[in-house]
Write a protein that binds this ligand. Sequence first.
Ligand SMILES: [Zn+2]
Length: 145
Amino acid sequence: MYSSHKESIICPNCHRTFKTDIIDLIEFSKDLDLIPKFLKGDIHKVKCPHCKFNLKLERAVLIIVDPESFMIWAIPPSLKDKYREEKVQQLIELVGNYTPLLKESLSEFKLELSVGFENTINKIKNYVSMNKKRFPEDVLKIINI
Ligand SMILES: [Zn+2]
């Protein structure tokens, strides 16, 4: 199940503030309705409630592709320098706290950092096409494999 946090955003168009949910983590096998949005690059697209302006926020998101062996931390290029090794450790803690099941097997986890949207999509598609049997039919359909 996905997780999110609240953030206050200043609209670049009308300069008013609004609160919105920012998605931090998605699970490929459970968040089926979020995958199409993610594949379009719209997972962090928000609409200003005051002036209806659409904006795309630049935020990292952790993608649990395969709960037993593969996750990707997708980072927008503009934030690349903010994310270093110690951040990855914090992230692992965060995920472990969120999903106790993951914490037990974290040492066996394959965590990859991925910078840029295209790069991330390619990594996910490669993994899924090599491990088709591990994914439900509807996931394969959504990501078109
Ligand atoms: Zn606005």
